[in-house]
Design a protein around this ligand. Structure first.
Ligand SMILES: [Zn+2]
Ligand SMILES: [Zn+2]
Ligand SMILES: [Zn+2]
Length: 257
């Protein structure tokens, strides 16, 4: 099986951690694991780099992870914390002299067309725009030899997509997972999933709900993401089962793909 390296580019919730103006123990923690950029992962395999979501921190994340080329972007959904870094893919267009394919569900593509309308309009002469090609996700697809399986879930009242690739899956920003999707999340080695905080939230899974899903689906390892400042890295890990950890920015996982 070819090897794929997954890198967590950001493990934080929409506001990031530290959160602006907050002086709680986690926001003021000296532990680098408590510094969380907005949620995204990088998939590197066969010389290709694919990111899931382009967060408002995308530029800093790409610098930190030394992303020297970008071959595709997959979007989970259209919320600001997952898409607002899209403009920053331009240097890769210029360096690679290529259009970058963007994969997303139809409603997310519509959001991108609205949010980034300037990309799709007549440009000002001399201005640099992201060069992208929108590709609608309507089922499993091949991406440079990797089979990517979309996993439909609900994020409050709005649909969201998670993705499975080989023995790993990434599912952020969900509150419920339908049975048909659970069937696609069995026999995982690594499951990276939303766990915002302890307190219930209308559109996000919390620690107890995510632990219950892990217990049901039985991945070998689970990694929580989209984490807010309620959860300190060391203190939370000390309370979690051994096969469940908080992810952190820079975490690297080898995936059998
Ligand atoms: Zn989010
Ligand atoms: Zn705080
Ligand atoms: Zn969201």
């Amino acid at each position: 099986m070819p090897c794929l390296q997954l890198t967590v580019l950001g493990s934080g919730t929409s506001m990031g951690v530290p959160t602006l103006g907050c002086h709680c123990a986690v926001c003021e923690s000296a532990d680098p694991h408590d510094k969380r950029m907005r949620p995204s992962v990088l998939l590197s395999y066969g010389g290709h780099n694919v990111v899931i979501d382009t967060t408002p921190d995308f530029r800093c994340q790409a610098l930190r992870a030394h992303i020297d080329r970008l071959d595709a972007v997959i979007f989970t959904h259209g919320h600001a914390d997952h898409i607002m870094g899209l403009d920053d893919i331009r240097p890769y267009n210029l360096k690679q002299k290529t259009v970058i394919p963007i994969y997303a569900a139809p409603e997310t593509l519509s959001r991108l067309r609205r949010q980034f309308s300037y990309i799709f309009e007549e440009g000002q002469p001399g201005s640099t725009l992201p060069l992208i090609e929108l590709r609608e996700i309507d089922g499993p697809f091949d991406l440079f030899g990797l089979k990517v399986i979309p996993i439909a879930a609900m994020h409050g009242a709005q649909p969201v997509l998670g993705f499975r690739f080989g023995n790993a899956a990434y599912l952020t920003d969900f509150s419920t997972v339908p049975e048909s999707s659970k069937a696609l999340l069995r026999s995982l080695d690594d499951f990276i999933l939303d766990a915002l905080r302890y307190v219930p939230h209308p559109t996000h899974s919390n620690v107890d709900q995510s632990l219950a899903l892990v217990e049901e689906l039985k991945p070998k390892r689970a990694w929580f993401t989209h984490i807010c400042h309620d959860l300190g890295h060391a203190q939370t890990n000390a309370r979690l089962p051994e096969n469940v950890r908080l992810s952190y920015d820079g975490l690297e996982i080898e995936v059998r793909a």
